[in-house]
Design a protein around this ligand. Structure first.
Ligand SMILES: [Fe+2]
Length: 225
């Protein structure tokens, strides 16, 4: 390897590390904002599970499909396709619904309306089909989901549920997905060859998704009180 290409690799690795550190810090803040599970009423526990389900069940595969349509690099497309295969083959939306039902937390109209404004913003962002920013959002999302699973499982247990397939599958497998998606992001950034700093063009979807996650966590009854 020439010193030039090794220098490029080093700087690309440093860039990937700093992006991952930024996404991890957003997840840290989101998880720190969660109320302690013991202090929640049954209705509050149900609400968090239901709003999370209202977003994940019908949108994850749709957004990952958007990432597939937008991605330009072979590496990103292969990674995303593998992820989509697994989502569809193993019926992850069905897994999500089963988890919510077992916790008596199937989403209702109020749950759907609580996430609707921020969900719409993420959908419109996906529709722009911007390659690197969509892959960045999905890399962040996979990492967030993986770290959120223990809390989600704890809420469900307190709801009397023993159903753990969804949380176990996503607490383990998504670690690999997340790492692969960072490689995919690196490939898309290399192709985009954008001279701006990542903060100037890469994080729109991540920030919209952060707002959506905050609305999953927020009880609309207490927010309007
Ligand atoms: Fe999944």
């Amino acid at each position: 390897m020439s010193s030039t290409s090794s220098g490029v690799l080093t700087s690309s690795q440093a860039r990937a590390d700093s992006i991952k550190a930024y996404f991890d810090s957003i997840t840290d803040d989101l998880l720190a904002s969660l109320p302690v599970a013991e202090g929640l009423s049954a209705a509050e526990r149900r609400g968090i599970i239901a709003r999370y389900s209202a977003v994940l069940e019908g949108n994850f595969i749709y957004w990952m499909t958007g990432a597939y349509l937008a991605a330009k690099s072979e590496e990103a497309r292969a990674t995303i396709l593998e992820n989509l295969h697994e989502e569809v083959r193993d019926c992850h939306p069905g897994m999500m619904r089963k988890f919510a039902l077992a916790a008596h937390a199937q989403p209702n109209t109020a749950d759907a309306m609580a996430v609707y404004p921020n969900l719409s913003n993420v959908r419109l962002f996906i529709g722009k089909l911007s390659p690197a920013p969509i892959v960045a959002m999905m890399a962040f999302f996979e990492g967030f989901i993986q770290r959120f699973m223990p809390y989600l499982e704890e809420l469900a247990e307190k709801q009397g549920s023993a159903e753990r397939v969804y949380t176990q599958v996503h607490g383990v497998c998504d670690i690999a997905h997340s790492q692969e998606l960072y490689h995919a992001l690196d490939a898309e950034m290399a192709l985009a060859n954008d001279s701006r700093e990542p903060a100037e063009y890469l994080f729109e979807g991540v920030h919209l998704l952060r707002a959506l996650i905050e609305s999953m966590f927020t009880d609309p009854a207490s927010a309007s009180a």
